[in-house]
Design a protein around this ligand. Structure first.
Ligand SMILES: Nc1ncnc2c1ncn2[C@@H]1O[C@H](COP(=O)(O)OP(=O)(O)OP(=O)(O)O)[C@@H](O)[C@H]1O
Ligand SMILES: [Mg+2]
Length: 378
């Protein structure tokens, strides 16, 4: 019942977001699918002013569906869009910028998956989410001394490093008590396991990642959303340091083919570009021990297929339950850090996240033939 209620809240917020999107810029665009599903991109011709990494949405009768991310602009009105699903789409649609929907779609996805879990798990989920519980005492396996931390902070770090698979550590402390410092220290200390530092805002992730060396941590986000202080940590920079030359050459070739209308060569070059880009992404994410990304971004490329040993969630007290679940599903052990009146640290089993660990990125279906919806919904 409680999950139903959460879904209703998210659906209501999604409706509000749709109304806001429809009040903003919207333009008709001609969409072409280039290539076979799973290895295709969209070519979109539209006066809608798009930037790199913008999310393009289609207005259809049922509402708005996200189509993909702008990869590059080609010519004045044409964009290459990296698809978020495998649908073949051709024709004229009303287009909008729809990034805000990603968050609601993912939250609804995870809540629907929760509902599908069989009893008695669903009771455990409700107990975990909604009931007050007495938590088991903290355990510390082999305590270490951290001279730059106070006694409470040391205890938290030692507890976090003693977690077993499936356990969750909840850390609560008032503003300015060093919670983010603790997160960075834990990330720095974890050996033999990959760490995700996450939160609901880019700023919170930046603050934890900037205290870590850029050699061992990577900040995954659109460069425009990240503080300048994190230039060396930026995922995009690392990708271009690894494969930038090849990618730039291929982009120039793709542009030439598109200019000639040679879509078949453009498609082949794009497939090559995609595989070079994805190889570089995989290499960087796999070899960098600490990854920083927002809860939503941790579900999107290049992180959609990656799981982590430890998830460190900062400012968790400001995160909604479905968003927090998205973070938990990405890991095997969890440290949730948030603000409150008292400084405490607790640990417990987190069975829900274990149950949900095999989830894939959701796909949405779009009508394959374009049609401009005049009366925008709702
Ligand atoms: N043990 C410590 N010794 C010295 N300085 C510390 C210590 N712990 C925290 N600080 C400093 O206190 C400031 C606040 O720390 P931090 O940002 O980690 O706190 P926070 O609890 O995350 O704050 P907020 O609630 O605003 O997110 C920082 O400048 C940090 O370097
Ligand atoms: Mg903080």
């Amino acid at each position: 019942m409680e999950i139903e209620y959460l879904k209703k809240l998210v659906e209501e917020e999604r409706e509000i977001a749709i109304r806001e999107i429809l009040q903003n810029e919207k333009e008709v665009g001609e969409i072409k699918t280039i290539g076979e599903p799973e290895d295709h991109f969209y070519l979109i011709k539209t006066p809608l002013r798009l930037e790199r990494d913008d999310v393009v949405g289609l207005v259809i009768e049922e509402g708005i569906i996200n189509l993909g991310f702008v990869l590059r602009r080609y010519g004045k009105y044409t964009y290459l869009v990296y698809p978020t699903h495998d649908d073949y789409i051709e024709g004229d649609y009303l287009l909008v910028k729809s990034e805000s929907l990603i968050s609601y779609d993912l939250q609804l996805y995870i809540l629907n998956k929760l509902e599908e879990l069989e009893n008695p798990t669903i009771q455990e989920v409700n107990a975990l989410l909604f009931e007050d519980k007495t938590l088991p005492p903290l355990t510390v396996k082999s305590p270490k001394n951290y001279p730059h931390l106070d006694e409470f902070q040391k205890e938290v770090v030692n507890c976090a490093l003693s977690l077993s698979k499936g356990e969750l550590l909840l850390v609560v402390g008032p503003p300015g008590t060093g919670k983010t410092r603790v997160i960075s220290t834990i990330a720095n200390e974890v050996a033999n396991s990959r760490v995700l530092i996450t939160s609901h805002t880019n700023r919170a992730v930046d603050e934890a990642i900037e205290r870590l060396p850029p050699e061992s941590s990577v900040r995954v986000a659109s460069p425009s959303k990240v503080s300048n202080r994190l230039e060396k940590h930026l995922f995009e920079k690392k990708v271009y340091d690894t494969a930038g030359e090849d990618i730039r050459l291929l982009d120039a070739e793709i542009d030439k083919c598109l200019a000639k209308g040679d879509y078949s060569s453009a498609r082949e070059l794009y497939a090559e570009r995609k595989s070079i880009y994805e190889r570089a992404c995989k290499e960087i994410i796999s070899k960098t021990p600490v990854v920083g990304a927002t809860l939503i971004k941790s579900w999107l490329p290049p992180l959609s297929k990656f799981k982590f040993g430890l998830v460190l969630m900062d400012e968790a007290s400001q995160v909604t339950i479905p968003l927090a679940l998205l973070g938990l599903v990405k890991g095997e052990k969890y440290v949730l850090v948030g603000g409150s009146q008292a400084v405490t640290a607790r640990s417990e089993e987190c069975q829900v996240a274990r149950e949900l660990q095999r989830l894939q990125l959701p796909q949405s279906k779009v009508p394959s033939q374009g049609k401009v919806v005049e009366e925008a919904l709702p």
